[in-house]
Structures are given as C-alpha cells and as structure tokens.
Design a protein around this ligand. Sequence first.
Ligand SMILES: NC(=O)c1ccc[n+]([C@@H]2O[C@H](COP(=O)([O-])OP(=O)(O)OC[C@H]3O[C@@H](n4cnc5c(N)ncnc54)[C@H](OP(=O)(O)O)[C@@H]3O)[C@@H](O)[C@H]2O)c1
Length: 276
Amino acid sequence: MKTVIITGANTGIGYATAHSFVQAGHHVLLACRNPEKAQQAQQQLQAIGSGKVDTIPLDLNSLAQVSSAADQILQQYDKIDVLVNNAGMMAPRLESTAEGYEKQFGVNYLAHFLWTLKLLPVLKQAEQGRIIHLASIMHLLGNIKAETFRADQVKKYNGILSYANSKLASLLFSNLLARQLQGSSMTSNALHPGGVDSEIYRGLPAHQYKLIKLFLIAPEKPAELIHQMALAPEWATRNGKYVSLQTPAFRSGKARNMQLAQQLYDQSHAFIQDYL
Ligand SMILES: NC(=O)c1ccc[n+]([C@@H]2O[C@H](COP(=O)([O-])OP(=O)(O)OC[C@H]3O[C@@H](n4cnc5c(N)ncnc54)[C@H](OP(=O)(O)O)[C@@H]3O)[C@@H](O)[C@H]2O)c1
C-alpha cells in the first residue's frame, strides 16, 4: 500500500486521481482547503471499499497555513511515496494571497513550492519518492517577470497570461527539482492533463463553456496517466520529464531554460524561507 498526497483532491482531476489510487488499494491523503468538500470526497472514496482515505486541511492561499499543514504531515507520517501537486485555479481579476502574492502565482506555484520542499524529508524515506506537478500547455504563453509576483506591483493584469505564468513557473520548478534530485531515490515530473472537463471552467459564461466542452476530456484520462507516472515501473527512472495528453508535449524555450529555472528557484526560496 503506497501513501499518496494529492492537493485539491475534492473535485476534478485531483478527485479522479484519488479515486484511481483508492481503487487500487492505496492510502490517499486529500489535501483540500474546504473541510466540507474534503469530507464529502472522503466519504465517496471510502465507499469504494478498498484503500484508505484521510484528509488534511490545506489552503494554498496562505504560506503560513501551508507550512503548518506540512508540519502536521511530517509529524504524522514517516514516509510518503507520491506527491501530486494538483490544486490550481484561475483568477479573472487581480487578487492577492494572504501574504500579498498575485493569486495564481501564489496558489498554483509558490505555495506548492513551499509544500514540496517541506515534504522532501518524508518523500526521501520512500523506496521511490515520486513528485508530480500539474503544469499546462498554457505555459507556452507564460513569462517569468519579478514585477508580477506581488499583487501590489502588477501594473496591467491579464488573468489568462497570469495563469500561463504560474504554469510556466510550476514546470520550471519541476525541471530544477529533477536536476537537484538526480542520483537520489526521488523524481520530479510534470504533465499537461489535456483540456479536462472540471470545475476550473466554472467561471466561464454558459455559451463559452458549451463550446469549449466539445473539446474537453474526462478527468479519469489524466488520472490514469498520473497513476502511471506515480507507480508504473517504467516511470521509476524517468526524471525531469514533461508529458501531455491530447497534444504533443511541446515545451517553450523558457520552460527549457535551466538558468531561468535556477533564478526563479532562488527568488522563490527567498520568499518562502521564513515558512520552511
Ligand atoms: N481542466 C483543464 O483543462 C486543465 C488543463 C491544464 C492544466 N490543468 C491543471 O490541473 C489541475 C487540476 O485542475 P482541475 O481541472 O481538476 O480543476 P478544478 O476542478 O477546479 O479543481 C481544482 C482543485 O484545486 C483546489 N484549489 C483551488 N484553490 C485552492 C487553494 N487556495 N488551496 C487549496 N486548494 C485549492 C480546488 O478546491 P475547491 O474545490 O475548494 O475550489 C479544487 O479541489 C490544476 O492545477 C489546473 O491548473 C487543468
């Protein structure tokens, strides 16, 4: 029985992924911000009748809360086999996290950066600690600009581009972490899950959603891929990969730029060091 933590596991891709692990008899920790939704997901997953399901409160909007949630895991668990950094959101209007970061940069990327670094000691205890990041094809439109990190410094906000920036940041983190983990028992890989019919499109006007829905795949599809990346033997030695459903796994020049990855890593580390 493997122990798997999934952020944002109460719905969408995270829930479908949790479902596939529980069905296969594994222990899944649902790391979710909303306790009622987490409990509901837990009950549904327990009804499968195999595996084990626990919940842990995790609000990626706050580095302080992420830090204490990770501490709770470090206290309760000696070993974690798989970490799926799945939670994500889109913010059409400029918003700020609890510590003043632009919301998509903060929630989709920076909080997961802290979460992952804090959990490395328990991932290290697994025979193979596998870290999987939900990136996106949208990273192709992304940029890394320090002046967009903090909400009060953003001059002209574009929600789509900001989402793209956050996904580029996640992919750069996956790549750099993979380089750092080379030669260890741990790996870091990323994926674009395809266009997936989930709640992430909940904010779209009905007519737009109706159109976009024609091209969306079910969350079970990326869940299957994540399951393989997490447990299949052929993924044991794959590290620093980026794979994609529906479309070829094109990585932008920026996503392949390890100097940029290192720069972002250093800046991010400075942002989170008080919470480590
Ligand atoms: N769907 C797609 O087409 C697509 C394409 C490319 C990449 N992705 C990526 O795939 C991942 C999963 O997306 P999805 O489509 O399954 O979206 P979803 O159905 O909207 O689920 C997102 C999950 O993230 C959680 N979340 C949002 N903000 C959070 C916060 N501050 N703290 C903790 N959890 C938070 C949500 O919790 P609540 O339920 O409480 O809101 C929910 O559980 C995301 O990283 C997304 O960017 C999706």
